[in-house]
Design a binder for this molecule. Sequence first.
Ligand code: 5AD
Ligand code: SF4
Length: 468
Amino acid sequence: MTDIIRDAETTGKERKRLFIKTYGCQMNVYDSERMRDVLAPLGYEPADEPDGADLVILNTCHIREKAAEKVYSELGRLKTLKEEKASTGKPMTITVAGCVAQAEGAEIQRRAPVVDLVVGPQTYHKLPELIANVHRERGEALDTEFEVEEKFDALATPERHVDGFTAFVTVQEGCDKFCTFCVVPYTRGAEWSRPVDQIVAEVRALAAKGVREVTLLGQNVNAFHGEAPKGDPEGGVWGLGRLVRHLAKIGGIERIRFTTSHPKDMDDDLIQAFADEPKLMPYFHLPVQAGSDKILKSMNRSHTAAEYLDIIARLRAARPDIAISGDMIVGFPGETEADFEATMELVRQVNYASCFSFKYSKRPGTPGAAMFNQIDETVKGERLARLQALLTEQQVAFNQSMIGKTLPVLFEREGRFEGQLSGRSPYLQAVHCEGPVELIGQIANVEITGATKNALSGRLATKESAAA
Ligand code: 5AD
Ligand code: SF4
């Protein structure tokens, strides 16, 4: 590694351009930022476009077929750019990272010889070394082993480059649940939690750089069980509720969120944290996937619809204004009209503030893909449209219920129009209002006067109106 850095320092006085395209979940967004951080000492500076870049990384998603296929079309476009660059005598190194890399490593290099390097999610800390190998040999390299602990040790946290006032922090990775539709246990490996000390160091460093809101990430974030901090008299492991309360004490951190949770891992302490930790925002993403117990069983979700609804009721008892968000899949193998109606009924009972919904997509290697009773694409499309109409209605109603309220908004940036600021409410809604740029990075009260499906608008509250 030192050799590589020296190599960059002596030969690479000219700046190198790095373009990273991120697909899929927030975990990938976080990983892309870490890749940018490990490559910065080698002279790589972020570029907004792939044209002319020295290194292009596609950080990919394998969760649904569409997401995976997008990578191959992007590689087709990159091939032209790589050829154009080669004609000027300079190489472009193309790397595929992320879950497609993990799941289809060899296949990628067979289908797209334009790719120089394939790296799975657990080996990003080795990127400088792997890229140096490519440069040395202009040959192939493949590194997709599972070594999650090593990854986090090596991607040492305090060096993080920070853009803005909100940041993601990975606290847990991987999944042992094996829902029968999902590739994550195969691409991200077994469940693993970061030690509390490491997370605290990262959040402190972020706070020192001005970050006000952290979102704790994990594929099964509420299954978090990280090693207790050194010096904790009880030792052992901490759950997510305890971690949240501890992080809330870090000066400068005003808001904490976490995603994504699984109903099976919900514990009383975490529910209680919504009641008594004001920095934990009243917004909770808890996917259920379906409303029929028969389908939930076949999905291997290990909970029923009634158990899910009971958790929602307990959360609402703890924090009456909590906004619930979720994920739904329609057209899982064997889903009858009655099963789909059970999903619609569950949605009516929960009344979501926002919810993602997808048509079931067959993923190679998962048990769902081998089930014989697959659903016709037209039926899936028609059910998805009905579900989305209901979810849109709920989301619009939730946003409109904010009109007339005064909400604390963390302003993150200037808005699209002159003099406008843009931020987020506690319920993760985008909020736009006029205000001075000095408010960026701060929390201020906004009287909400308008609402659409995707955003709220309002005006800065005066002291008197905020007190009302
Ligand atoms: N088909 C459709 N949606 C899927 N998801 C995961 N796997 C699939 C699949 N094979 C959805 C789930 C999950 C979200 C991240 O993506 O709803 O919660
Ligand atoms: Fe996939 Fe299920 Fe694990 Fe979520 S809990 S990552 S849906 S296997």
